[in-house]
Design a protein around this ligand. Structure first.
Ligand code: 5GP
Ligand code: MN
Length: 335
């Protein structure tokens, strides 16, 4: 993988660019993709953004999201853009399996793929150019750095600032994690100098749900939270039936895994959800328990040291049992 700066000369002429992100995109995936989208449009390129799957309604305030193609719904159209692209930017993921049904297409294509990502263990062999940095707070921060390094910092307009701020805020837990470095705050200051109204973005992301989601959170915290004090671990498992009962949609379960970490002493929190098409697992940790390795070892997943995800094609019951066995196997690191 060649350094990402080597792509700048290629951007001097108008190009057909496709930007893709990981499945079920979060604020960082969608924000970085749309931030880069607006920037490349400003530079005169023809740009298309594709998401491997649908996304949460609370991301729909982002300018440009109305043009994002859902690959699962519009495969033929999306493949047309992939086939005619000069460059494919891959944001906020580093293994092709994070793009679900797009993965075989991306594996085969001879198009130039450019990686910008901050997750652990990148598969750099799949990308011709790129920048992988696990110390970065977010892919949005990296897109900001990319824009600054390109020399076109003056092109940052309000939509770019809003999209990038959203991802940085989400991935730093509203600037509380150690990844929210001084340079992250300097970036935010620069975005504010350029006209960003930051409190509006916080409201868009965190005060923009429906009643049913809050009732659902009440239900899972009251009835579904299990605590294994011996292992400093908390688990919430959710059945498909419960998702249907509370009319839970894509994105509504985001953030729920963090609640148990607020309990004194809890080092590992897990959320296991039967999404019908597959079982989705989310893991969060406090301190020195590495959930990236945990997710990779037991749940075909990965992510970051303190925040990772995975999946299982087993039943919910068996997945929970697998989790409990994994927890016990890791007793020495959890106790
Ligand atoms: P979440 O639990 O919110 O879905 O994901 C937490 C973090 O882990 C995010 O940065 C997300 O991109 C990453 N992640 C989630 N699921 C997977 C997975 O199956 N594989 C990998 N490599 N990363 C994942
Ligand atoms: Mn991210």
């Amino acid at each position: 993988m060649k350094p990402v700066e080597q792509i700048f000369p290629l951007l001097k002429q108008p190009k057909k660019v496709v930007i893709i992100m990981h499945l079920k995109p979060d604020a960082d995936a969608m924000g970085s993709s749309l931030g880069l989208y607006h920037f490349l449009v400003e530079l005169g390129h023809e740009v298309t953004v594709i998401s491997p799957t649908n996304w949460a309604d609370w991301l729909k305030w982002m300018k440009g999201s109305e043009h994002v193609i859902d690959y699962e719904l519009n495969m033929e159209r999306a493949n047309g853009f992939l086939d005619s692209a000069d460059l494919i930017f891959c944001l906020d993921f580093n293994t092709l399996d994070r793009t679900r049904k797009m993965s075989p297409r991306l594996q085969e294509t001879r198009k130039t793929k450019i990686l910008i990502d901050h997750h652990q263990f990148p598969r750099t062999e799949f990308f011709e150019y790129g920048w992988s940095d696990t110390s970065k707070s977010s892919t949005c921060e990296m897109v900001y750095d990319f824009i600054v390094a390109s020399g076109f910092c003056d092109k940052i307009n309000i939509p770019i600032a809003e999209c990038l701020y959203a991802g940085v805020m989400a991935d730093t837990g509203s600037f509380r994690f150690t990844s929210a470095t001084a340079s992250v705050h300097r970036m935010v200051a620069d975005l504010m100098d350029k006209g960003l109204e930051h409190s509006k973005i916080h409201e868009n992301l965190f005060d923009n749900f429906l009643e049913n989601r809050l009732r659902f959170i009440g239900h899972v915290l009251l009835n579904k939270l299990e605590i294994f004090y011996e292992f400093n671990t908390a688990l919430i498992s959710v059945s498909w039936k419960e998702l249907v009962k509370y009319q839970i949609k894509t994105g509504d379960t985001e953030g729920i895994v963090n609640y148990p970490l607020s309990i004194q002493g809890i080092k590992l929190a897990a959320l296991i959800i039967d999404r019908d098409e597959e079982i989705k697992c989310s893991f969060r940790s406090k301190g020195n328990f590495d959930v990236n390795v945990f997710a990779r070892t037991y749940f075909e997943g990965g992510g970051h040291f303190n925040a990772a995800g995975g999946r299982s094609s087993d039943t919910l019951e068996h997945t929970v049992q697998r989790f409990l066995r994994a927890m016990k196997e890791n007793a020495s690191q959890l106790q």
